[in-house]
Every structure is written in C-alpha cells, then in structure tokens.
Design a protein. Structure first.
Length: 612
C-alpha cells in the first residue's frame, strides 16, 4: 500500500449560492437568488451573523449522505459542477429525496427509534421496515403515519403498521412508555412503580392513566378465535368479566367439547393464524395495582401525559381519542420531537438531548429556531421530506466545518462539526464508491429537476419517491444496500461492528469508535472483497480509463467516487510521480494495483469516514 496520507484538503472554500425558499399555500416556491432563506434570517441571529459557506462539493456529499445514506455518484457530481449555482442545490435535494435510497435510509434511522426487528415473532418478514420505507417514499404526513401505527389492528400481512404493537406484545404499560418516548419525547417508566422522581407533576396514577389508552388491544397468536388469559381478564369491569367467562365456558362446552379429535384438528387448521394478529376488545381497561403504600384495584380513567383528563364516549376506542390529542395542531410538542430528530441528523446539533427525554428541567437550545421550524412543518402538513428540503436548501445547512484558527471553532451552531458517518452510510458508501458490487440504481428513473431554468423549480415540488424499494433479505448474497441486511445486524457483520444496535431500546445505535472498527477497515473481509475485486476488466473504473487512457484522470474519478471531490494540487503531484515512476507501468496503461492501493488508502482515511 503506497498511499497512507490522504486527509488534508487543499480546496479553498467558495461561497455556495443557496436557493432561498418560502412556503405558499399552494406549495414550495423558490425565492430569487440573493433573497434570504427564511430559516437563515432566524439562524443568523443565533450565530451573530457568522456563517461561512462550505465548498459546494462538500455540501453535495453531505446532502447525499444525510438524505439517502450514500455518496453521490461520479456522474451526479459532474452534472452538479456543470449546473448553474443558483438552482443546483435545490435541484439535487429534490433528486435525492425522491430516490428510493432516501426511503431506505430514513426507514433504517427511524426504525432504530421504533426498535424494528426482522426476527420479530409472528410477523411477516421485513414488513415493518417495508411499511416505514413505503411511508417515507410516499412522503406520507408524519401525523398520519403515527396514527396508523397507534390505531393498527389485524396481522402484519394485511396491515404492517400492526408491527408497532407486536414489538411489546401489546402490553399497555410497555406501549405507553415507548409512545411517550418516541412520539412525545418524555420518559415515563420511572412512574411505573412510584411517583416520577424527576417530574413532581407526574404520579404513578398518572402513568397508569396514560397506559389506559392502550388497554383495549391484545395479540392473538394461534387461532382466529382465541380467548383472553387470566392476566388480562382482571382488567375487565367485574360484571363484564363474568359475562365474558360465561361466553368462553359456553363455547368450550357447546362447541369445542362436542368435536371429536378429527374435527378439532380440522378446526385448528382452518382457524390457525399465519401471523400474530392485533385485536381490539372495547371492554378491556386497566386496573391500578394493589400496593402497600397506595390503595388500588380500581379501573383507571385515561389521562393524557400532560395531566389533562380524556373524555371518552362509551364503547369508543381510547387510542383514537389519544391520537386526536397527540396529533392535534395545538400539540406542538408532538411536531417538535420529530423536528428535533430530523434537525439533529442534518445539522449535527440538537434543540434538546436525549432525543426521547424532553423533561421539565430541559433547557432548549435556540428555541426560536425550533418555533420557526414548527410553523414550517405545520404548514407543510407534517411532511418530513418537505422539512428536510427546507433545511438543506438553507445557508445554515451549507455552513463549513471549523478551522483551527477560527475564534469560535468549538461552536457546532456556527460551524458544521465533523462527525463520523454511521454504519449504514459507511456500508452504502463502500459499495457505491467502489462499485465492486452491482448497485441497483436506476438513474434514468431518478427525479429530474431542470437546473437551467428557474421556471420549473418554482412550481410546486413533488417529493414523492420514484423507483422500486428494496427490503431486508433472509439470505443476502449480492448486497446492494445496507437496508437489505436484516436487523438487528449480526454481531460479526460490518454494520454491527460500526454501531448498528440490537434494537432492544430506543435509538440504541452506537457512534463510538473502537479498535475493531480500525482493524475491520484495514484488513476485514468487506474491505478485502471490495479492494481485491476493484479494477477488473468489466469494472466501471476500467471502462472509464479506456475512454481517455489517462491514469491521472482515472485517479481523480476515484476521488470523486469515494470522497466527493477532485484531487488537490499536492495530491496530483504525488499521484503523477507514482504514475511516472520506473516502478509503475507505462502512463497510458491501466494500473490496477495502483487503483487498488488508492481505494484501500481512502477507505482507511479519516476523510472517508467523516461528514464535513
């Protein structure tokens, strides 16, 4: 390996002309060049006017990795460079957001919060991921997606949103805790056994009142007709429990016990469930437990997590009452919790952390920006892609990374603080950047936005996805995207090694560097396969070389593919020296060994595994 130090950048930063946007009742439109993006007007106050722009290719790479979890292609970079600066950021943001990989990537990230697992018992394989990916792909409003999950019934083949309940076996206490964390940003588990120690206004009875919204749901696991067990019967009103037990006894006595063995087996075959089924029982409630220090045994009334009582009509699905409250326009907290997730992913800093713990002691960072984004999200009807588009087309997003001599270099608000790419971005970028494995990417079906004319881009922008979606595979052979790897990823895979979590808790992915990660990139199986197969007779880089017979141009394209930038002046001199060395082949010959050395060196560089 001849190239070990590829980390310094020598491109002087140039100002990125970012398209300013304003929301109108009919959709997005682009402000004329030179006008201020509404977000920038708010953001500049937060940083006292300091926002230095990053190099345009840095912004393109950052945007591609954060929107769709993969590097931009060489052809995309070349097209970007040829496009007029006034419209190109917005044009490529639209293209990336409509790419199926955007749906794959955001389904993986949000799936971590929802603890989506392909090995979940009783569910159609991969159905939870497919539901999330399809929802992102269609640009489904976030409030609608959450409502579908909370109100879900049926099996996961007919209604994949039902996976939401199977994750916790529809236990109302568990469901309430995770609804509170993921959708409301509040950790309530401490109040299960005693009053909340960090929130004096949230008692143990409040906790059970919140869980009562989810008490009417249970899971059928074996047969279409399946009676509730004793542990759930105690949560019926006393008179209905007696009626329910009488119905069960009558069925056993008059139906089941009158069948012979052959009839019973036939009934079991006919009524056997292929997948677990989420069922709704309107009379189920939740009984407050008996304890030594508090009276109990009563059926608790549903109560919203903010302490207000819920008005539920007799026989009404309590979940529907909760969803109306949660997704109400008046409940800005619901929107802001999701906005904080999106903002953290894109901007590198949070309005509050942890992402699932917005408690009374939390001090929000720059709440005026959060308020501004809340209005945008509300006006855009809770569409996550539209929120992403609004953010990435701002100068605030395109701010550069800090330099050692910057006075406020430690500010992650004024500057984009470099951060390690996550496991999914890493694997996708290794596959896409080397193109050793086939990347099933239909470029001719990619979203196209005219970068030459302002007229097309000023119309309403449709961010609904285009192209076919991938899904997790039980036996992955020709891997093309990280989303095809079942979650949780096996502990010996590259994804798990680089932090893909076990999906046992909300957001349990890890971003900590380890020695195992260093060794995996140096000489692991994935690196070995990608590098050793690089530059073959039918490879893209060999075909590229055959067009111009210039190894320096070929190496420049390798840099574009893996780092999203051209060779610097210093790097050109170093590479030219290697090409003309007497130890190398003729300059007009393709040097496969040199390309493999360069690829290996880049994969092991800090620049490759970081966002800038």
């Amino acid at each position: 390996m001849k190239l070990m130090n590829r980390l310094q950048r020598h491109i002087a930063p140039r100002r990125v002309l970012v398209i300013a946007l304003v929301f109108l009742a009919t959709g997005w439109s682009v402000w004329p060049a030179g006008d201020e993006h509404p977000l920038d007007d708010v953001y500049r106050d937060a940083v006292d006017g300091v926002m230095q722009p990053a190099d345009p290719l840095v912004v393109l790479r950052r945007m591609s990795l954060q929107i769709r979890g993969v590097l931009p292609t060489v052809s995309e970079i070349q097209e970007f460079e040829k496009s007029p600066p006034e419209n190109r950021v917005a044009a490529f943001a639209v293209r990336f957001l409509r790419d199926p990989d955007a749906a794959h990537y955001w389904a993986l990230q949000y799936g971590s919060a929802l603890r989506s697992r392909e090995d979940q018992r009783g569910t159609e394989y991969g159905s939870y991921f497919e539901y999330l990916a399809r929802s992102f792909h269609e640009n489904k409003p976030y409030n609608k997606m959450v409502a579908e999950m909370i109100l879900a019934t049926g099996d996961t083949a007919e209604n994949p949103a039902a996976n939401f309940y199977l994750r916790d076996d529809a236990d109302p206490l568990q469901v309430a805790e995770y609804v509170g964390r993921v959708f409301y940003g509040e950790r309530l588990a401490c109040a299960r056994c005693h009053d909340h120690p960090f929130n004096s206004e949230f008692s143990r009875r409040d906790y059970y009142g919140f869980a009562a919204f989810f008490s009417q749901v249970y899971v059928k696991k074996r047969y279409e007709i399946e009676w509730l067990g004793r542990e759930r019967l105690e949560h019926f009103p006393a008179d209905y429990r007696k009626e329910y037990e009488e119905k069960r006894n009558d069925w056993n006595r008059n139906v089941w016990n009158k069948m012979n063995q052959q009839q019973k087996q036939a009934w079991q075959r006919e009524n056997k469930l292929e997948y677990y089924k989420v069922a709704y029982e309107p009379m189920l409630a939740l009984r407050f437990p008996h304890t030594d220090d508090q009276p109990g045994g009563d059926l608790v009334e549903p109560q919203f997590p903010d302490g207000t009582r819920a008005l539920v009509d007799e026989g009404e699905d309590r979940r529907r009452v909760f969803v109306r409250w949660l997704t109400s326009q008046r409940n800005d907290r619901f929107r802001k919790v999701m906005i904080n997730r999106v903002w953290t992913e894109l901007m590198g800093w949070s309005f509050f952390t942890p992402l699932d713990d917005w408690n009374p002691n939390t001090r929000l960072r720059h709440p005026e920006i959060l308020e501004h984004l809340d209005q945008v999200f509300l006006e855009r009807e809770y569409r996550i892609k539209d929120l992403i588009f609004y953010i990435v087309t701002s100068e605030a997003y395109a701010r550069r990374a800090p330099r050692p001599d910057d006075a406020d270099a430690g500010s992650d608000v004024a500057y984009f603080r470099p951060q390690r790419i996550n496991a999914d971005q890493l694997l996708n970028s290794m596959l896409r950047g080397t193109q050793t494995r086939q990347i099933a990417h239909v470029y001719e079906r990619a979203a196209r936005v005219d970068t030459e004319s302002g007229d097309d881009i000023r119309r309403r922008i449709n961010l609904e996805g285009m192209g076919e979606l991938k899904s997790p595979q039980k036996n992955v052979r020709d891997l093309t995207n990280a989303c095809e790897v079942p979650r949780p990823a096996h502990e010996r895979t590259l994804l798990a090694m680089f932090g893909a979590g076990p999906r046992l808790d909300v957001d349990d992915d890890s971003h900590e560097p380890t020695i195992d990660q260093v060794l995996a990139l140096l000489n692991g199986n994935t690196t070995y396969q990608l590098v050793s197969n690089y530059g073959g007779d039918d490879s893209w880089i060999r075909r590229d070389f055959n067009q111009h017979k210039d190894m320096l141009v070929t190496v420049d394209n390798i840099y574009l593919a893996l780092l999203g930038r051209h060779l610097s002046t210093v790097e050109k001199e170093q590479i030219a020296g290697m090409i003309s060395s007497r130890y190398q082949r003729q300059e007009d010959d393709f040097n496969r060994e040199l390309t493999q050395d360069i690829v290996w060196s880049i994969l092991n560089s800090q620049e490759f595994i970081h966002l800038y």
